[in-house]
Design a protein around this ligand. Structure first.
Ligand code: CA
Length: 220
């Protein structure tokens, strides 16, 4: 996922905060504070998504949105300071994917961006974990974490049947096939470390869930 998210916003401070939050989630960003410049940039670049302010110096957000839609189906989030305007904007059928009222919280923006990209870029956004056995790495989109061999094995087993609950004994058999005598706690501590690493890939999701009294399961 190398294409950046384009933030077209003339309130520089707001653009900077939005950009920082998105970068923290692993997205590259480009900020442009003027409609004409944005139009120019878009002629030669293909962003992953556009956060587009409605009121801009130069070409306004709505015109930009319409122009962009003639040649591109890039996801667009329109932001507007006028709440009462959103209904009207919806009625104009601009082809935007979402609308956000200003002032918006950057967290809300990140959530909307993720939701749209999950829908439009299921692969490149990486809603699925990818395991690289050779290097014991697990990837999600542009994020990666390094696992121990045991954590890798546990994750592989759990991922074979998402939703299925594996008992500690079953998991122990898979990581220590020679029936070495290890305590239940061993599995728990490996799982705990594994979950910690997976949370670095996406803090919002719980990939490995513990089922009280039963064991663990993998959630898609
Ligand atoms: Ca503005």
């Amino acid at each position: 996922m190398t294409a950046p998210i384009l933030i077209v916003e003339d309130e520089v401070a707001l653009a900077v905060v939005a950009s920082q939050y998105l970068q923290r989630e692993g997205y590259a960003t480009v900020m442009i504070h003027d409609g004409d410049q944005a139009m120019e940039w878009l002629r030669t670049h293909q962003p992953l998504l556009v956060v587009l302010d409605r009121m801009l110096p130069g070409t306004d957000g709505l015109t930009l949105c319409r122009e962009l839609r003639k040649t591109s189906d890039v996801p667009i989030i329109i932001t507007t300071a006028r709440v009462e305007e959103i209904d009207r904007l919806l009625g104009l059928e601009l082809g935007a994917d979402d609308y956000l009222c200003k002032p918006y919280s950057p967290r809300e923006l990140v959530a909307r961006v993720k939701a749209i990209l999950r829908r439009t870029h299921p692969q490149s956004h990486g809603t699925h974990l990818q395991l690289d056995e050779g290097s014991n790495r697990v990837r999600l989109g542009s994020h990666a974490a390094e696992l121990t061999a045991v954590e890798m094995r546990l994750l592989q087993v759990l991922m074979q049947n998402p939703g299925r609950i594996y008992s500690r004994d079953q998991l122990m058999d898979t990581i220590y096939p020679d029936q070495r005598l290890v305590s239940d706690r061993t599995v728990d501590s490996h799982i705990k470390n594994l979950r910690k690493k997976l949370s670095l890939l996406d803090a919002q999701r719980e990939f490995v869930r513990s089922v009280y009294g039963a064991g663990y399961k993998f959630e898609l």
